[in-house]
Design a protein around this ligand. Structure first.
Ligand SMILES: [Zn+2]
Length: 193
């Protein structure tokens, strides 16, 4: 096994261990000794995990928070990566108000920004929704590589934008993604084509 492959395996193991820890925490009595111990451990491990994840990520760029400027007839956007959660908007927050995970992303964004490989990105979608869609694709397709996962991600967004569905179906979708129907309806393409 070469070094890169070994590192990848270690990272996957780390990821699996954290998931297992989550399951354990869910089944433990809140504030029991074991519960507090695991929560404390997780608090230390999650920032390390997010940092690893960002560094390993081939970022994919999506857009959020469109602001239309009437004087120049242009729209500006925040941008982020749905795979690792790195996001330009974090830089505008007070660091102390962020979650432990977003604090790691904040530091990383401030020092390095988001460098992506190619520039043909076109989706405007709320960051939490996009991350939730991406996460669900990984869950449903164990072992999928990130290139294929991104293809599925784009197909999912295309379907949401192009295929008309009933209000009820949108409500269901919103529920699955833990968001509201309006955020689902707001998903669109940056360049209409
Ligand atoms: Zn990324």
């Amino acid at each position: 096994m070469n070094g890169k492959r070994k590192k990848y395996k270690e990272f996957k193991k780390f990821e699996a261990d954290l998931k297992e820890m989550d399951m354990k925490i869910k089944n433990l009595k809140i504030n029991s000794k074991e519960f507090n111990k695991l929560v404390e451990l997780k608090k230390r491990l999650v920032p390390m995990y997010i940092g690893e994840k960002i560094q390993r990520c081939q970022h994919y760029i999506a857009y959020d928070n469109p602001v239309y400027h009437i004087s120049t007839d242009t729209t500006t956007y925040d941008y982020y990566c749905p795979k690792c959660g790195l996001a330009s908007e974090l830089a505008s927050y007070d660091r102390e108000d962020l979650s432990d995970e977003d604090k790691v992303r904040y530091d990383y964004f401030k020092s390095s920004g988001i460098a992506s490989k190619k520039g043909n990105y076109n989706y405007v979608v709320d960051r939490d929704i996009a991350m939730s869609i991406y996460e669900k694709i990984l869950e449903k397709n164990p072992g999928i590589n990130s290139k294929t996962a991104i293809k599925y991600f784009e197909i999912a967004l295309d379907n949401m934008i192009d295929k008309p569905v009933t209000d009820e179906a949108i409500e269901h979708r919103a529920e699955r993604l833990e968001t509201n129907a309006l955020s689902i309806r707001n998903i669109h393409r940056k360049n209409k084509n």
